[in-house]
Design a protein around this ligand. Structure first.
Ligand code: ATP
Ligand code: MG
Length: 438
C-alpha cells in the first residue's frame, strides 16, 4: 500500500464539509469587503521567492520545495501567496489600472518542508488578502478587521490580535543596528541559527522558536523605541482605526514576523488553543511597501495577511464549534423493477435540476435495503415508484420524519416537494417549482 507523503492530509467526509463551509464564509466576506479572487501558479521561478521572501528567512533557507523541470529551469512550489501575487501585479501591469488600490484574495495550497505536527504540515492551505497601492493606515486596519470578522463569523471567541510596528526603512535600519550591538556580546548563548542570523538579519533572532523564552531575547531593544516620527504616526493611526472598528488588540513588541519584506505594521492573530504551542497563530500579516519595487515594479505600498485553513479548522474543533452544515438528502427516489428504474433515473434528474439534493438507488438493494439507506443519509422525503401507480402517473411521497404519506401526480411532484420544504413560493416561482429558490 502506498501512503500519502509526510506532512500531507486527506480531507474527506464530515471534515470536507467543514472545509467547504469555511470556504463559503471566506468567499462571502471577500465579496462584502470587495476583494477580488486571484489565482496564481502553484510553482514559480525559484528566484521569485529568494528575492521576494529573503534568503535569510527560515522559509527560503530551510523550507522550500525546489526542483528542476525537464527543461532545467529552477522552480519552487510556492511557500506563501504574496510573492506570486506581486509578480502577477507587475507582470500584468495591474498597477496601471485606474482603480487602485488593487484588492485581491487567494485561497490555495502552499508547500514548506517543515517538521510536521498538529497544525504544521508540508502541504497546507492559506487564504489571504493583499491591498496593493495604498500606504494609508486605514488599509492596515481593514486587513486586520477582515481577518477578525471571518474568525468571529465562524464562531471563534477566544482570539487575540497582537500588533507591532517595524517602522519605515530608516527606522528599521536603526533598529537593526541596535539589535546587532545588543546581541553581539552575548551571541554565544543563542542557538546556531541565531548566530548566523546576527549579521544577516538580526530581527529574525526575535522570531526564533528555539530561543523563544530566553532572557536575552526578552530584554532585547524594542522596535517601538526606534520608530521615527513618521512611522510613529502611521502606527498611531492604525491603532486609531482599529479602535473605530472596535477590534481589540495588544501592542506586542516581540512580533517581528518571519519574512524579510515587512515594514510598518506587523500582526499575528492567535486562537487560544490549549497545548498547541506556536501553532495557535492562525493568521498573520503586515505591510510590505518595498516588495513591488524589489521585484522590478514601480514603488507601491501594500499590506496583506494570510491565514492557515488547517489551523483555523483545528481551532474550531478545539472550541467545539458546531457549524451549520446541511448535508441531509432532501429526496430519496425508490424503485424495485426495471420499468420503475427508468422512471427513477428520469425523475431523479428532474428533481436535482429543480434544485433538490436528490439521491436514488445504485446497487440493487431491496426496498427494505433502500429504506435503510435513505435513513443512513438522513433523507427528508421518500418518493416510491411502483408500476401500478406509475400507470396512473402517480407516485407516493412519504415524509420520513412524520411518516405521513400521500399520492402525488408525477407532474406536480416538484411543486409539491417545494411547498413541503419551504412553503408557498409566493415571492419567486409562485409554487410552480421551476425555480432554484430553495
Ligand atoms: P509559524 O511561526 O507558525 O511557522 P509563519 O510565521 O511561518 O508561522 P506565515 O508565513 O506568516 O507563518 O503564514 C501565515 C499563516 O499560515 C500562519 O499563521 C499559519 O496559520 C499558517 N501556516 C504557516 N505555516 C504552516 C504550516 N506549515 N502548516 C499549516 N499552517 C501553516
Ligand atoms: Mg513557519
Amino acid at each position: 500500500m502506498i501512503l500519502k507523503a509526510k506532512g500531507c492530509q486527506d480531507i474527506y467526509g464530515k471534515k470536507a464539509k467543514v472545509w467547504q463551509y469555511v470556504n463559503q464564509i471566506i468567499d462571502m466576506v471577500m465579496e462584502e469587503y470587495h476583494y477580488d479572487y486571484i489565482r496564481t501558479p502553484i510553482f514559480e521561478a525559484s528566484d521569485l521567492f529568494h528575492r521576494g521572501i529573503g534568503e535569510s528567512s527560515d522559509i527560503v533557507s530551510k523550507e522550500t520545495y525546489d526542483f528542476k523541470d525537464r527543461g532545467n529551469r529552477l522552480l519552487t512550489l510556492r511557500p506563501e501567496g504574496t510573492a506570486g501575487i506581486v509578480r502577477s501585479y507587475i507582470e500584468n501591469k495591474m498597477y496601471a489600472e485606474p482603480t487602485q488600490p488593487l484588492k485581491v484574495y487567494y485561497n490555495g495550497t502552499m508547500y514548506r518542508y517543515e517538521r510536521s505536527q498538529a497544525g504544521r504540515y508540508r502541504e497546507f492551505t492559506q487564504f489571504g488578502i493583499e491591498v496593493l497601492g495604498t500606504s494609508d493606515p486605514m488599509a492596515d486596519a481593514e486587513v486586520i478587521s477582515l481577518a477578525v470578522y471571518i474568525y468571529r463569523l465562524l464562531g471563534l471567541k477566544e482570539i487575540k490580535v497582537n500588533i507591532n510596528s517595524l517602522g519605515d526603512k530608516n527606522s528599521r535600519d536603526n533598529y537593526r543596528q541596535a539589535l546587532i550591538d545588543y546581541f553581539k556580546p552575548q551571541i554565544k548563548h543563542l542557538c546556531e541559527d541565531c548566530q548566523r542570523r546576527l549579521e544577516k538579519n538580526p530581527l529574525r533572532i526575535l522570531d526564533c522558536k528555539i530561543d523563544a523564552g530566553n532572557e536575552i531575547l526578552k530584554n532585547a531593544p524594542k522596535t517601538i523605541d526606534y520608530l521615527n516620527e513618521e512611522s510613529r504616526q502611521h502606527f498611531k493611526k492604525v491603532q486609531e482605526y482599529l479602535d473605530i472598528l472596535e477590534i481589540p488588540y495588544e501592542v506586542n513588541p516581540n512580533i517581528v514576523r518571519g519574512l524579510d519584506y515587512y515594514n510598518h505594521t506587523v500582526f499575528e492573530i492567535e486562537a487560544k488553543v490549549e497545548g498547541f504551542g506556536s501553532q495557535n497563530v492562525i493568521g498573520a500579516g503586515g505591510r510590505y511597501d518595498g516588495l513591488v519595487e524589489e521585484l522590478g515594479g514601480p514603488k507601491t505600498s501594500c499590506v496583506g495577511f494570510a491565514s492557515g485553513l488547517e489551523r483555523l479548522i483545528l481551532a474550531l474543533e478545539k472550541e467545539n464549534i458546531e457549524l451549520p452544515i446541511e448535508d441531509d438528502v432532501e429526496v430519496f427516489v425508490m424503485y424495485v423493477n426495471d420499468e420503475e428504474k427508468k422512471q427513477a433515473v428520469y425523475l431523479t434528474q428532474e428533481l436535482r435540476q429543480a434544485g433538490f439534493c436528490c439521491e436514488t438507488e445504485y446497487t440493487s438493494r431491496t426496498l427494505k435495503g433502500q429504506l435503510k439507506q435513505a435513513d443512513r443519509l438522513n433523507s427528508k422525503y421518500l418518493v416510491f415508484l411502483n408500476s401500478a401507480d406509475l400507470a396512473n402517473k402517480l407516485v407516493t411521497v412519504k415524509d420520513n420524519n412524520t411518516k405521513d404519506e400521500e399520492k402525488v401526480a408525477v407532474a406536480d411532484l416538484i411543486s409539491y416537494l417545494s411547498n413541503k420544504m419551504i412553503g408557498p413560493h409566493d415571492d419567486c416561482c409562485g409554487g410552480h417549482g421551476d425555480c432554484h429558490c430553495k
